[in-house]
Design a protein around this ligand. Structure first.
Ligand code: TUI
Length: 308
């Protein structure tokens, strides 16, 4: 399955691993890249030197292409961008904002820039700014989300831009991948499926909740604050939604969730932590290695698309 995306990045299979905060560290990213996809280290809100160390550790595990995701709401994003340039990372994805201010420096260094977009307008703007491709991420995704579904967003973005489109949100198997290609995508990005990979450092309690999740077990907090976050329903999400309904201010809500993603991922606190996951969690049933996942997904997608 060679596409403009595999050619652009020099990867064997058109599958990206999402840049999940706290989750997408060196061992997961290296395993995905070693299996032929694009492993991505999430900078999230990590200090720049931690990002540098994660990049170096990943490079000890793989010499294949590796990306970094820049979370644009991070006040440290400038410094992290500096690390990406110094470490000669070949591809950067961005999320939760507009990466226009970084584009010139990345392009001058030959870095491929692939912003996550949640709308056609943003996709067009990114193409004009020089993006090499865009990731069209639907509201089915875990974490920080836009409001349009993958089914509606991907074909509209594919019609609006000439650069390649990577589909994200609600994809966890070969059927989702084949469907994305039918909608005009030339690669897919998956997060929730890789959360439970053998190489993923996510605490076993959190993995277990994803593996046991049903179709309707995610919900979205933060709609009132303008930062909607999809996660598995638990004590934390219920409490957050209750406070939101009562008209709580941003400060109170932020206090509640301070450190809550770390509590879920690292400490395995499935009650008071935030277990970000997409709507497709209900389809994710088995812990497997990244290689097993990628091979299974590719075989299924190729069968459906009539490739060999
Ligand atoms: O970024 C994500 N998903 C994330 S980031 C994250 S870390 C976090 N933790 C706590 C609070 C907030 C964030 C968890 N999940 N996905 C990519 C994505 N980007 N989805 C939607 C967007 C997006 C939204 C608006 C991209 C651009 C955009 O443009 C707005 C603008 O600035 O014009």
């Amino acid at each position: 399955m060679n596409t403009r995306v595999t050619k652009l990045l020099g990867i064997r299979v058109p599958i990206f691993q999402g840049g999940m905060a706290w989750v997408a560290e060196h061992s997961l990213a290296a395993a995905v890249s070693e299996a032929g996809g694009l492993g991505i280290i999430a900078a999230a809100s990590a200090p720049p030197e931690v990002v540098r160390s994660e990049i170096r550790k990943a490079r000890e595990l793989t010499d294949k292409p590796l990306g970094v995701n820049l979370m644009l709401m991070n006040p440290n994003a400038e410094e992290v961008a500096g690390v990406v340039l110094e470490e000669r990372i070949p591809v950067v994805t961005t999320g939760a904002g507009n990466p226009a201010r970084f584009m010139a420096d990345f392009k001058a260094a030959g870095i491929k820039v692939i912003p996550v977009v949640a709308s056609v307008a943003m996709a067009r703007m990114m193409e004009r700014c020089g993006a090499d491709a865009v990731i069209a991420e639907g509201t089915e995704s875990g974490g920080h989300i836009g409001s349009t579904t993958t089914m509606c967003l991907v074909p509209q973005v594919a019609d609006a831009v000439k650069i390649p489109v990577i589909a994200a949100g609600g994809i966890a198997d070969g059927r989702g991948m084949a469907a994305s290609f039918m909608l005009g995508a030339e690669a897919v990005q998956m997060g929730t499926r890789f959360l439970v990979a053998t190489e993923s450092i996510v605490h076993k309690n959190y993995k277990e909740k994803v593996l046991r999740a049903k179709d309707i077990d995610s919900e979205v907090t933060g709609r009132s604050t303008g930062h909607p976050i999809r996660q598995l329903r638990n004590q934390m999400s219920r409490e957050y939604l209750r406070l939101e309904k009562e008209g709580a201010g941003l400060e109170e809500l932020e206090h509640l969730t301070l450190g809550s993603l770390r509590r879920a991922v690292i400490e395995g606190d499935t009650a008071g932590g935030t277990m970000m996951a997409g709507q497709i969690a209900g389809l994710v049933r088995r812990e497997q290695t990244c290689r097993e996942m990628i091979e299974e997904i590719m075989e299924q997608a190729e069968g459906l698309l009539g490739h060999t």
